[in-house]
Design a protein around this ligand. Structure first.
Ligand code: PAF
Length: 289
């Protein structure tokens, strides 16, 4: 695996890769969820390119940019072992030149949920992802379903700006007790880690209620809230049962939906979701270790 940190070297290395190229953008501190993206890219593509870049523009001023977990040595060993061909790990000043002033702003679908809690977040995500697409020019790009709204925003951007690539969305990978894998799980202490499973329990409760015949969107949101509120360490930011495509909250009978939530456990903000579409639940898969 070749590791480069400068754009010129990245472009040169890309020219030598067999096509099709699959791009797996990450912010590092990798876990089994990221490795699942790489594994899927390996299956589809002749070459796999991964990026590690903790993108400053997607963090709000009060957020965890400075403390975001980082372990480049471990990450690069994991990627090499997973069969990645090229790793691009730039510094912020390589991506954002002095005077940078061009942004990609996806409108409607960026606004509710995470967008409401994290103003500017998706402008940062869309901008850096557009730059990575322009730099790497992959045929395929891989993202995790755990960041459901990020998937919606990037899908919209790819369609609206005619990026010539296919997005591949890979199911959430879960710990054995159901907690969705996330680099931010590293912030949880033992007591908080035990409490964090409440997000999965809450989503499972909505699914069970639906399967038992409950169809009303507000009743399903309330079922999720009840479980979350039974956990003393959980501070709920939002609980949503929304249209899968527009992300607008649903009212009345539900036939398809994105069930999602953001919850603070102690100081750690966690998100998770289940998707219900075409009569099928997408809940993720358990890590086989
Ligand atoms: O999902 C992430 O890790 C980041 O939001 C991404 C897509 C790498 C952009 O910085």
């Amino acid at each position: 695996m070749l590791i480069v940190s400068e754009i010129a070297a990245f472009r040169q290395a890309l020219q030598r890769l067999a096509r099709p190229v699959g791009l797996v953008p990450t912010m590092g501190y990798l876990h089994a969820g990221h490795l699942r993206l790489v594994e899927r890219a390996r299956q589809d593509c002749a070459s796999v390119v991964t990026t590690i870049f903790v993108n400053p523009t997607q963090f709000g001023p009060q957020e965890d940019l400075a403390t975001y977990p980082r372990d480049f040595e471990r990450d690069s060993r994991m990627l090499e072992h997973a069969g990645v061909d090229l790793l691009f790990a730039p510094n912020a000043d390589e991506i954002y030149l002095p005077g940078f002033q061009t942004w990609v702003s996806v409108e409607g679908v960026s606004q509710p949920l995470e967008g409401a809690s994290r103003p500017g977040h998706f402008r940062g995500v869309a901008t850096v992802v557009a730059k990575l697409f322009n730099l790497a020019q992959p045929e395929y790009a891989y993202f995790g379903q755990k960041d459901a709204q990020q998937v919606a925003v990037i899908s919209r951007m790819v369609r609206d700006l005619n990026f010539p690539l296919d997005l591949v969305i890979v199911p959430t990978v879960r710990e054995p007790d159901g907690l969705a894998m996330s680099s931010r799980n590293a912030y949880l202490n033992t007591v908080e880690r035990a409490a964090a499973v409440v997000l999965y329990r809450s989503l499972s409760c909505a699914k069970e209620a639906y399967e038992a015949g409950e169809r009303d969107a507000e009743a399903l949101r309330q079922a999720m809230r009840n479980i979350l509120e039974s956990e003393p360490l959980a501070q709920v930011q939002y609980v949503s049962c929304a249209d899968n495509d527009t992300l607008h909250e649903l009212h009345g009978p539900v036939s398809h939906a994105l069930f999602s939530m953001a919850v603070r456990i102690g100081k750690t903000r966690l998100i998770d979701n289940f998707v219900f579409r075409d009569g099928t639940w997408l809940t993720g898969s358990f890590n086989q270790g």
